[in-house]
Design a protein around this ligand. Structure first.
Ligand SMILES: [Zn+2]
Length: 419
């Protein structure tokens, strides 16, 4: 009877241990306002990794660091020829980051490994935990660097050459740390990959849901608009004869907001930088520069937004008889996550009795790169006020445990069954 009960028991993570470890990890690089500054490949980053390895030591996992500083912990499956089921996120933070962004995904993955170990669960497929290097891109300017190199979307030489503000390159930072990393980039075969993360937005909290079943990541691009005018005296030049680039801005902005409204509430349009040259209060500017960040989960609407930007700027330039340009200088195509992995997350949330909703990620994650190689999906949990990349980032221990349990069960559903 007891054996039958034990066999039927639903494996669960230890939520208290997860919380306590989040607080211990958060103490490495702790900031004055309760946040964390543990940037990629710093001494603090390596201290965090050592603490993780110390926790993982009793679990008998094999550890390796690849050529770009990604750390992998491998738990053997019953059949080591089978591809692994992976989870992973990042331990690095923004300079004024929080205790949960990324760190939660790594420590929830450790909870999966530890729970399987404690509960003596042997999976058919191996299980892996990845700590992706330099996800934030704040010290070395390439977000999601480690996963991009691993997935073959960025060359290792381009990544090695990235420098921080003090001129130290990624390669030098890896060597200085004395980490015995492999010079190769073995891309292990994966059956599936999952990442659990705080939402970094307000939707789950507003909708009173515990779990976000993430179906994909939205399309996004950043554009630079330049408009050329003529510098003239602000007092002596009649309005009618000026070549004033700000007239273009005055026409473009209301139309851009209308275009975003037209494609629905999922559209995101942000004018984050507006600069004039020479930037004097009594000179009509000779040049205007502004940026437009556009995002939408659906490709057709995303394309419509990009076309609207081009058309609106072209029309405003023509009306004002000025020269200018629109240039897309960064684009990240959207990702549709694997249907089977999404369903594994949804059914795990359902079976465990957590409230859930399907949603799209507004931010980029390592999983965008992993999805190029392996079937992938993500799990979100609420964070207070949707606040992230902020020292005040907060999440509830019960929600964090729920997300880790969904991760455990989604991974088990693919690690137990034959391919
Ligand atoms: Zn993150």
């Amino acid at each position: 009877m007891q054996t039958a009960q034990a066999a039927d028991a639903v494996p669960m993570v230890n939520g208290e241990r997860l919380w306590s470890r989040l607080m211990q990890m958060g103490a490495i690089g702790a900031t004055a306002h309760g946040g964390c500054n543990r940037q990629a490949l710093t001494e603090l980053d390596f201290e965090g990794r050592r603490l993780l390895m110390q926790w993982a030591r009793p679990l008998g996992c094999e550890a390796r660091v690849d050529g770009i500083g990604n750390l992998f912990l491998h738990r053997a499956g019953a059949d080591e020829r089978l591809p692994a089921v992976l989870t992973g996120s990042h331990l690095d933070t923004q300079p004024t980051g929080g205790k949960f962004d990324g760190v939660y995904g790594v420590l929830a993955g450790l909870e999966v490994l530890e729970s399987l170990h404690e509960q003596e669960i042997r999976t058919a497929h191996p299980i892996e935990l990845a700590v992706w290097c330099n996800e934030e891109g704040s010290r070395f300017p390439a977000a999601m660097m480690g996963s991009a190199v691993w997935a073959g979307r960025m060359s290792i030489d381009a990544a090695y050459a990235l420098k921080d503000a003090r001129g130290i390159s990624v390669r030098e930072a890896l060597e200085q740390a004395g980490v015995p990393f492999e010079r190769t980039l073995a891309q292990q075969p994966l059956r599936a990959a999952f990442e659990v993360h705080i939402e970094q937005g307000p939707i789950l909290e507003q909708q009173h849901k515990t779990i976000g079943v993430v179906t994909g990541v939205q399309h996004m691009c950043r554009n630079e608009v330049l408009v050329y005018g003529q510098e003239t005296h602000a007092g002596t030049t009649p309005m009618a004869v000026r070549h004033d680039p700000i007239r273009v801005l005055a026409q473009v902005l209301p139309e851009l907001y209308r275009a975003a409204e037209r494609v629905g509430t999922d559209a995101r349009m942000t004018v984050g930088i507006i600069e004039t040259y020479p930037g004097s209060p009594n000179t009509v500017p000779g040049r205007l520069r502004f940026t437009v960040d556009l995002r939408h989960p659906q490709q057709q609407h995303y394309r419509a937004l990009r076309e609207a930007l081009e058309r609106i700027v072209a029309e405003a330039l023509a009306r004002s008889q000025l020269q200018g340009s629109v240039r897309c200088y960064w684009e990240a195509p959207g990702v549709s996550f694997d249907e089977r992995c999404v369903e594994a997350v949804r059914s795990a949330a359902d079976a465990l009795g957590y409230s859930y909703m399907k949603m799209i990620s507004g931010a980029g994650h390592d999983s965008c790169n992993v999805a190029a190689i392996a079937p992938t999906s993500m799990i979100f949990v609420p964070c207070a006020g949707g606040l992230s990349h902020n020292e005040a980032e907060q999440a509830a221990a019960t929600d964090l445990a729920a997300g880790a349990n969904v991760l455990l069960h989604a991974m088990l559903s693919l690690a137990h069954t034959p391919a």
